[in-house]
Design a protein around this ligand. Sequence first.
Ligand code: ATP
Length: 251
Amino acid sequence: MSELITAQGLSVRHGDTEVLHGIDFTISPGEIVTVVGPNGSGKSTLVRALIGLEPAARGEVTRKPGLKIGYVPQKLHIDASLPMTVRRFLSLPKRVSDAGAEAALERTGVPHLGARQIARLSGGQFQRVLLARALLTEPDILILDEPTQGLDQPGTAGFYKLIEEVRAETGAAVLMVSHDLHVVMSASDRVICLNGHVCCQGTPKVVAEAPEYRALFGMGTQGAFALYQHDHDHGDEHTDHATCTHEHAHV
Ligand SMILES: Nc1ncnc2c1ncn2[C@@H]1O[C@H](COP(=O)(O)OP(=O)(O)OP(=O)(O)O)[C@@H](O)[C@H]1O
């Protein structure tokens, strides 16, 4: 198979609630795919299911045999009272050589941070260290759940530029969850809008021009947008065209 990860008819439940239903998904080598959608729409659940951290209630997820995944979760709590240097953090859970750690920090633009306490890093530095850690395994695919959360606009733009450089250098595919719609649109090969199901997907250009997408994310809001869940279901297609369906935007 050429796809790195495939999901067919994937549904995931949390307790009695079906959080995701009928998801068809693929990601190919070297692709940058971004998942957007309102809070609680199942973005983190989807990436966790694709990795195998959440069981499928229905459907199936297939990963290419031997696939190496570099995963940066949405939340990683590190106790501020626990002394731990960046260098030590990079060796958890698996020890890495000094040369390997240095190369990864260099690659993510923070070569001087090895001796620093992890709890004292800025948000942007911490994200770059997390990315360095994810790169240590030389992954076929990087999976980043809201990697620029809490970063300012230059920090966010810089981080996405770094992601593109890493993709260009290593050929790794990238699957991201993000709320930074404007940057996401330019940095992604494909955007998937999720709302419990895939309600919209396509190339950034095609999706951005789709009236449905504009309705979904709002116009004239200076980047602010609001999305509301809808409770009807319908078929979704995977095509190169935007396949937005009738969502309701309230801006
Ligand atoms: N471990 C869990 N147990 C029960 N319910 C959960 C669990 N994790 C997530 N949920 C619920 O599943 C739904 C989807 O959550 P998920 O975190 O996947 O959404 P999301 O799109 O990533 O949200 P956000 O943008 O706020 O990060 C939410 O209603 C959430 O409350």
